[in-house]
Design a protein around this ligand. Sequence first.
Ligand SMILES: *Cc1c(COP(=O)(O)O)cnc(C)c1O
Length: 219
Amino acid sequence: MAFNAKVYQEISAALPAGVAIVAVSKTKPIQDLQDAYAEGVRDFGENYVQELMEKQPVLPADIRWHFIGHLQSNKVKYIAPYVHLIHGVDKVSLLDEIQKQAAKLGKKIAVLIQLHVAQEETKFGFSSDEAMELFSAALPEKYPNIVFSGIMAMASFLDNTEVLKSEFCEAKRVFDHLAPIMGKEWNTLSMGMSSDWQLAVQEGSTLLRIGSTLFGSRN
Ligand SMILES: *Cc1c(COP(=O)(O)O)cnc(C)c1O
């Protein structure tokens, strides 16, 4: 299946003002991204640095590339020149490297702090306490080339509405708690995927990361 424009429009139409979609195009061929672009999609999400490095140069320059995967510090330099938002910052050492690469380029890079709210151990991210502690320090002064834009969270791979709700709610709680400290650029709560985006929107998401519903299932 290629890009499903009808579903994209249906989801877009169902969203309250202030909620946007990142079309998650990982593993999908260039042609699928071009089709989505032709339908007006400008925000694309990729998980793998190598794949993003192959796609970015051959696609239109006004695409906003969201890096949503697990990012290794030694690969930051490859995406730093053009990445729009790094969703999965899960370590202080990764922040240090993003700061270093952004400073080298004389630019600012926007990031989201990944919060671990799911039950699965496999998922990355800070605990709520770690995140709140991290930010109570004078973080913005320490990272002048980083824009702290908000939080990214992934709920459990469960078919249990109450559990998912409480996980999204926890991410929203931490997001709100930090908002007064972080100021007006702290405006993005990235949560909700193909299977749980409605719930995420109910719980306050501002940015959905939707892949398989738009592009078909991945191998
Ligand atoms: C792959 C991926 C998505 C999209 O998942 P779908 O279920 O295909 O919508 C969203 N967020 C992250 C972090 C992903 O890795």
